[in-house]
Design a protein around this ligand. Sequence first.
Ligand code: CA2
Length: 155
Amino acid sequence: MKPIFILNGPNLNLIGEREPEIYGAGTLAGIEEGLRKQASAVGLEIVFRQTNHEGVLVDWIQEARHVASALILNAGAYTHTSVAVLDALRAVSLPIAEVHLSNIFKREPFRHRSYVSPAATGVICGFGAQSYRLALAAIIEILGSSDASTRSLHA
Ligand code: CA2
C-alpha cells in the first residue's frame, strides 16, 4: 500500500508555542508521532510534511496523485484563500480528508469559507489534535474497504 500523505500549511509549525487556547498545547511533531503509531498499528505508512509556501503545498498535492493512497490536508490559512490549492486537489483521485484543529465555523467569518472542502471527501474540524486522529481513522477505514465501488465514491 502506498503511504498516506498528511500535508500541513502555513504557521502550523507554531502550534504548541503560541495561541494554545485556539490550537492546543501539543506540537506538530507530537501530532506526527501519534499518527505514525496509529498508521503503523495497521501496517500503513505516512508521509507527514509542513510548509509555509503555497506553491510547495501545490507541488506536494500533485506529488500525492502518483505516490500516495490518500491525502489528509490541513491547508492552514490557504484553506480560505487558495484557488491554486483547490485546482491541485481537483486533479487528485484519492480519498481526501480536510482537517482543522479549531472549529473554523466558530471563528471569524473569513474562516467559514473553505476552498478545500469542495474537493474533499470529508471534513473534520474543532477537535484539536484529535481532528487528525479521526481523519486518519476514517481514511484507514476507506482504504480497508473491500468494496471497490464504495472506495470510488470517496475519491
Ligand atoms: O484550525 C486549523 O487547523 C487552521 O487550519 C489553522 C490555521 C488557520 O489559519 C485556519 O483558519 C484554521 C492557522 C495555523 C496555526 O497558526 C498559528 C498562528 C499563530 C500561533 C500559532 C499558530
